[in-house]
Write a protein that binds this ligand. Structure first.
Ligand code: ATP
Ligand code: MG
Length: 249
């Protein structure tokens, strides 16, 4: 059984088919980088997997169970969590409060959490652990909007894994970061997703080749190649369709 399996997945917007019969099977614990030209359908794919969009056709299976057509929060409860291409945290809440919201939400508190105050101790200790994992324990009282961009992305990473999901989707996690921030963030991703299944859309080939066990090349809504980094780099079709435009170390 695969951690995540996509079978003949399709998505159209109006007349235009963006995801065109896409198949992909990811083993538990694998780190997958998804690459492809702008507009290839990578973010759309994440929206289909995470339940933001319902597919036009095909299936999504999480740990062998169909999740296509389910609501995002249901899919999240089943163990899949995602980050967004743009930073997505509460700007007027502190680091601590952002993480605590995410933890409480994942525990099912949502809008009625005052009824469950007894368990807040557990939630708070989980928040402390998360803050250490993302190296923001010294910024606990700082508001989201006052963090540096890299710190905001780290916080978002913490929010993404707060519920303990075992399948994590990251959409361009290092976009907009400096070289040194990117290198540190790669280590952060490696640490916080240890033992989890990771799918990551990424344009930075240094990050892709440094982190990924396998690379899925998506072109025009289809999987052009799905293989080890070495095999993908050597693939002539991939070079022609995509990698030729990029510098690969
Ligand atoms: N909600 C939507 N309604 C209509 N068209 C959409 C919608 N979302 C995405 N598209 C279209 O689907 C195509 C794929 O977009 P998508 O954002 O998935 O690409 P991407 O591979 O993530 O690109 P990038 O690398 O630029 O992030 C684009 O042509 C886009 O305009
Ligand atoms: Mg995108």
């Amino acid at each position: 059984m695969h951690a995540l399996e996509l079978k003949n997945l399709r998505k159209s917007f109006g007349q235009t088919e963006i995801i065109r019969g896409l198949d992909l099977a990811v083993n538990a614990g694998e780190r997958i980088a998804i690459i492809g030209p702008n507009g290839a359908g990578k973010s759309t794919l994440f929206n289909l997997i995470s339940g933001r969009f319902a597919p036009t056709g095909g299936q999504v299976l999480l740990n062998g169970k169909r999740i296509d057509g389910r609501k995002p929060f249901e899919i999240n409860r089943l163990g899949l969590s995602r980050s967004f291409q743009i930073t997505n945290i509460f700007p007027k809440l502190s680091v601590f409060e952002n993480l605590r919201c995410a933890v409480l939400w994942s525990l099912g508190y949502r809008y009625t959490f005052l009824r469950f105050l007894v368990n807040l101790h557990d939630a708070n200790s989980r928040v402390e652990t998360l803050m250490k994992m993302i190296h923001l324990e010294r910024k606990r009282e700082v508001l989201g909007m006052n963090l540096t961009y890299a710190e905001q992305r780290a916080l978002e990473m913490g929010v993404t894994i707060a519920g303990g999901a075992d399948v994590v989707l990251l959409d361009e996690p290092t976009a907009g970061m400096s070289r040194s921030e990117t290198l540190r963030f790669v280590e952060l991703i490696r640490d916080v997703t240890a033992g989890k299944t990771l799918l990551m859309v990424e344009h930075d080939m240094g990050v892709v080749f440094g982190l990924a066990d396998k690379i899925a090349v998506i072109v025009r809504g289809e999987v052009l190649a799905f293989d080890t980094p070495e095999a993908v780099r050597a693939n002539k079709e991939v070079q022609q369709a995509y990698l030729g435009h990029l510098e690969i170390a």
